[in-house]
Ligand binder design. Structure first.
Ligand code: GLP
Length: 241
């Protein structure tokens, strides 16, 4: 695993953005895996800037988001579709039909999972997967105990994850209990991965991801087995590795 340490969150976002653009420039039709959460917000703001300055185009790009809550409309400010529209898609020149987020409102969620996998397969997987890290080691919404062999599936969210994400909702009771997430095997099939981490709160989790046992009890530990992972983070998050 390659590690890039920056002084600040801002620098992490800028360096991460250059790294991503550099990878995109070597590809004719880049396929990106995208994440939500607070951590990649700075990256998306940078990508918007670079797109507006014509340094990168998304016209030939397809994207696949990692996950989506079950039961939130795409117009709900807490849905990940809404987040992506507001924080990236509506500001860049991507063709909206190429910007995929699982549909957490699908009547048949199992079919939604199968269809999402199929779309990813047809795109031949992500060239670059952007990841954040949950405090309990989750990637996407793959909670501890998720088989490493999992594909896109419906998950029951951990209480700790619901608590961590409650800051975006009026109360924890409004945080959905389920989500659709790309599976761990789906994520591992990406050709390269850039994991963003920021803040002291993540330091313990980053250290366990890099130096702990590879175990389903800590999903992100599987990244030790991927050949092209870059972890980019600020000093606070990388303080314990
Ligand atoms: C959320 C998301 C993940 C994200 C993680 C960390 O629950 N499902 O995709 O990477 O938690 O979020 P944050 O960046 O806000 O710390």
């Amino acid at each position: 695993m390659e590690m890039i340490k920056t002084k600040t969150y801002d620098e992490m976002s800028k360096k991460g953005c250059s790294l991503l653009i550099n990878k995109m420039q070597h590809l004719e039709n880049p396929v990106l895996g995208l994440a939500t959460g607070s951590t990649p917000e700075g990256l998306y703001a940078e990508l918007i800037k670079k797109n507006q300055q014509h340094e990168v185009s998304f016209q030939n790009v397809s994207t696949f988001n990692l996950d989506e809550y079950v039961g939130l409309e795409k117009t709900d400010p807490n849905s990940y579709r809404y987040y992506m529209n507001q924080k990236l898609f509506k500001h860049i020149d991507i063709d909206s039909k190429n910007a995929h987020v699982p549909n957490g409102m699908a009547g048949d969620l199992q079919k939604e999972c199968r269809d999402y996998e199929q779309l990813i397969r047809e795109a031949k997987g992500a060239d670059v997967q952007i990841l954040g890290l949950g405090l309990n080691g989750h990637i996407g919404f793959n909670e501890p105990g998720t088989p490493f062999s999992s594909r896109t599936h419906v998950v029951e969210l951990d209480e700790s994850t619901r608590k961590a994400n409650a800051r975006f909702f009026t109360s924890i009771n409004h945080v959905p209990t389920k989500a659709v997430t790309m599976g761990i095997e789906t994520i591992m099939e990406s050709k390269s991965i850039i994991l963003f981490v920021s803040g002291e709160g993540k330091a313990e989790a980053v250290a366990r991801l890099m130096n702990g046992d590879v175990s389903e009890a800590f999903p992100a530990s599987i990244l030790q087995k991927h050949e092209h992972v870059t972890i980019i983070g600020d000093e606070a998050a990388l303080g314990k590795v």
